[in-house]
Ligand binder design. Structure first.
Ligand code: GUN
Length: 302
């Protein structure tokens, strides 16, 4: 099992192990697609500029797609790239039959409008799920679109951890287009059937909402914001946060923490995702899953 029971404390939902399982299944599917249909799923990632965090993400995306037997390429462009130049790269990838998934890494340099770029990607290749066509398909429950990878990964984590969602009270903190809003859309989908509350920076009496949650999903972007007193005893806590804080006791002088105060929360919750090793590894696994499905759909393989 991908969970670990510890004495008296919350069960850990091991995202790293669950993501490994997803990638192993994808590798089998990729091998079969190639053998039976001559299709090798291809993911192209575009990185503009030299943001160090983005460089790490992008390297992992290429590495893991290649390990799953896919075609993975990274197109690196200088920070001075114009919007027209980037759109020309997107157009070329849109037209390339070997490319099934396109991801333009965010954030982009100031001179480029991210919305113009996201709208230029063919929705059929938009494995990030950020194009308005895919946002709309998610909302109306059309299953041939692509859901954003982080909330899609949370759904897989909850399923693998055996967390029941039908009729459950799910509270999402955060309303971003990348996590909070699509998370809510996935949870209310027929067949999932959760009851969802979306909280944000203007929510009155936040703790009154979070304390009702059977499943609490934190995607605020503020380190250790969710404390034990905000959690209902026995709840499942999903921590989407990735915040770097100073920590002189580590070699680098910094440390990654989630949006949840982990040590306090694990005394109250029934199950919790750690940071790192929880939601994070699932995001790339879902990107690969979306790319394999894009390849199937574009090649007309059922
Ligand atoms: N930057 C940080 N996370 C993401 C992501 O999921 N997709 C893209 N395109 N950029 C990101």
């Amino acid at each position: 099992m991908a969970t670990v029971q510890e004495d008296g404390a919350a069960r850990l939902i091991d995202g790293a192990a669950i993501a490994r399982g997803v990638r192993a299944r994808l590798a089998d599917e990729v091998a079969a697609l190639r053998a039976e249909h001559g299709v090798t799923p291809g993911l192209s990632v575009v990185l503009v500029g030299d943001d160090p965090a983005s460089a790490v993400y992008v390297r992992n995306k290429e590495k893991q797609s290649v390990e799953a037997g896919m075609r993975g390429e990274t197109i690196r462009l200088p920070a001075t790239t114009t919007q027209e130049e980037l759109l020309a790269v997107v157009d070329r990838l849109n037209a390339d039959d070997r490319v099934h998934g396109i991801l333009v890494q965010m954030p982009l340099p100031k001179q480029i409008d991210p919305n113009a770029v996201l709208r230029r990607i063919r929705p059929e290749k938009d494995v990030d799920g950020f194009h308005p066509v895919n946002v709309g398909k998610l909302l109306i429950g059309e299953s041939d679109g692509f859901a954003p990878c982080t909330p899609a990964g949370v759904m897989v984590l909850l399923e693998e951890a055996g967390v029941p969602l039908r009729g459950a009270e799910v509270v999402v903190i955060g309303r971003s287009n990348i996590v909070g809003k699509p998370m809510a859309a996935l949870m209310v989908q027929a067949g999932v059937d959760a009851t969802v509350t979306v909280c944000h920076s203007r929510t009155r009496d936040l703790a009154a909402h979070t304390r009702r949650a059977d499943v609490l999903i934190a995607a605020i972007g503020r380190g250790r914001f969710v404390t034990a007193d905000m959690i209902k005893p026995g709840a499942v806590v999903i921590d989407v946060g990735m915040n770097r804080i100073d920590d002189p006791t580590t070699k680098s002088g910094t440390r990654l923490v989630g949006d949840v105060d982990f040590d306090g929360a694990r005394e109250v919750a029934a199950a919790i995702t750690p940071v790192p090793g929880g939601v994070g590894p699932m995001t790339i696994a879902m990107l690969l899953a979306n790319t394999v499905r894009a390849a199937r759909q574009l090649a007309g393989v059922r």
